[in-house]
Each structure stands twice: as structure tokens, then as C-alpha cells.
Design a protein around this ligand. Structure first.
Ligand code: 2YC
Length: 271
């Protein structure tokens, strides 16, 4: 996962209403509804109004300016009673556990949510993968397109891409998995590629840390691209065109965070 910088997230909280409006245009669902769909809940089924603490973590490369506040702001937007703890690290975790049901914290390598009541946990890579896959499936549905008829590419066989590939397969899509590192493609239950040479795809989940992976040569004219990868792995010219057609789904932190919250709150009744 790429480490965000302050400038990646400094307008996120102010633009949450715009994000919902964009999501409604492209997927027919709001941020909260996409997160619910990602974890198998119906729209409106999850009661997000729970006390949740976000703990700043100073380890490693340290605090990212505004990160904890941005996570709290995203959660508040979907109805969570979220706050940033006064203290950081273990003191902050202790303070949070005394005053909240759920807790979020991120160091340089992991971004985790925990439900202190049910002990359910959610990790950002997995949640981001199912969240962006859910958005892609909903966007295709909104256009009346059947997954079974689509050429679907998941670019990047890391935690995000693999979670997304599983979700899309579960929804009836046939996934082609791309990675430049062939060792990441071993024993994967999908068609695998190390290059998109000669191939065109109509639904794309871009989960690499590279730029320009997705371009006009490997996409169809009606392509929908869901892109959790930071930086955006879509060729600039193609990205501009997709934006005007509301067929590019890209945000640095919002969908992963909302899906983590849905994931730690929702346990499907197995009975
Ligand atoms: O401010 C803080 O608490 C920092 N310790 C946060 C560091 C987050 C580092 N991770 C990232 O920037 C990205 C996130 C999108 C989630 C995974 N990697």
C-alpha cells in the first residue's frame, strides 16, 4: 500500500457530499451503501451510529497531518459517532477503548479497525479491495450490464487486488488477474497475465502502485474503471474521458475506511 501524504487527503472531509453525489451518478449508491453491499448487507441495514475512536500512531514515519481527523470525518459522514483520541499510541488506544465501541488506527504498514464488543476486525487492504469491487459491480448493474458478458481485469495481485478478484468472482464475474511479477500469479484460480498486450477489458479494477497501467489500448470504449491504487494507475487522457462519463471510481481513503466500518459492524446471521 502506498503511504499517503497530507496533500492526498486535505480536501477529503470538505468533499464528502460531492463524493456521495458522484457515487450516486456512477453506481446508484452512496458511500455507506457501497460499503454495505461490499460486506453483504442490504442498503440501510447497518446502524453506523456507534461510538468510534481514531487513534493517531507516531511509530515509524510518524503522524500524517490530518490523517486521523480525516478518518474520523469520513466515518462521521456515514453516521458514525467518531472522534480522534486526545493521546496517541497505547495511551490513545487505552483512552479509546474506555470510551468507544470501535477503534481505528494505522501505522506505516497496517490500517486496522476493531469492534471491541464483537472482536471483529477489518484490515484496510481487504476492505479497500471489496469496497472498490462492490462499486464496480454496482456501476455495471446501474448500466444494466451483466457481469457474465464482461471482460474483467484486476490489475495488481496484492491484498487489495486479490480481495477484489474474489468479490467479483463471487458476484458472477470471470476475472483476469494481471501482475508484472509472475510469482504473484502462481496458484491463482484465474486467467493470469503479466501484460495486457493484445487484450481489451470492459470492467477494470486497478490496484497497483504504478501509473498508466490502464490506457486506451487495453480498455473498451464503454469501460468502467474502479481504481483504489495510489497513485491513480490510469493514463491521464483516458482518466479525463472516464470522469466526464462518471465511469472512473477513485478516492484515496474514503471507500476503504467506510467498508472497514461496515465490516466490523456487520456479521451476517449464519443461521
Ligand atoms: O497519522 C497517523 O496515525 C499515521 N501513523 C498514519 C499512517 C498511515 C500510513 N498508511 C497509508 O498512508 C495508507 C492508508 C491509505 C492505509 C494504508 N496505507
Amino acid at each position: 500500500m502506498t503511504r499517503l501524504v497530507e496533500s492526498d487527503i486535505d480536501t477529503v472531509v470538505d468533499e464528502m457530499a460531492k463524493l456521495d453525489a458522484d457515487f450516486l451518478r456512477s453506481t446508484g449508491a452512496t458511500l455507506a451503501e457501497i460499503a454495505e453491499y461490499a460486506v453483504g448487507a442490504n442498503f440501510g441495514e447497518i446502524d453506523f451510529n456507534v461510538k468510534t475512536s481514531v487513534v493517531p500512531i507516531t511509530s515509524g514515519l510518524g503522524i500524517i497531518g490530518g490523517f486521523a481527523q480525516t478518518v474520523a470525518g469520513i466515518l462521521q459522514h456515514i453516521g458514525v459517532d467518531a472522534f480522534v483520541t486526545e493521546h496517541s499510541d497505547v495511551w490513545g488506544s487505552y483512552e479509546g477503548r474506555l470510551n468507544s465501541k470501535c477503534q481505528f488506527a494505522a501505522d506505516d504498514d497496517w490500517f486496522m479497525a476493531a469492534n471491541n464488543e464483537s472482536n471483529k476486525i477489518s484490515e484496510n487492504g481487504y476492505a479497500t479491495g471489496i469496497g472498490f469491487a462492490a462499486a464496480l459491480v454496482l456501476a455495471a448493474k446501474k448500466q444494466g450490464r451483466n457481469l457474465a458478458d464482461e471482460a474483467i481485469l484486476v490489475a495488481g495481485a496484492g491484498p487489495v487486488g486479490l480481495a477484489a478478484a474474489k468479490f467479483i468472482t463471487k458476484k458472477g464475474g470471470k476475472v483476469t488477474l494481471l501482475d508484472i511479477d509472475p510469482t504473484k500469479l502462481e496458484n491463482q484460480p484465474y486467467e493470469t497475465l503479466t501484460t495486457t498486450e493484445g487484450r481489451k477489458f470492459s470492467l477494470v479494477l486497478e490496484a497497483t502502485t504504478s501509473k498508466d497501467v490502464i490506457n486506451i489500448h487495453n480498455t473498451s470504449s464503454d469501460v468502467i474503471v474502479s481504481a483504489p491504487g495510489v497513485p491513480l494507475g490510469v493514463d491521464e487522457k483516458l482518466a479525463e474521458g472516464l470522469c466526464t462519463k462518471n465511469t472512473l471510481l477513485f478516492n484515496p481513503l474514503e471507500l476503504g475506511t467506510a467498508t472497514m466500518m461496515a465490516d466490523v459492524l456487520y456479521t451476517k446471521d449464519l443461521l
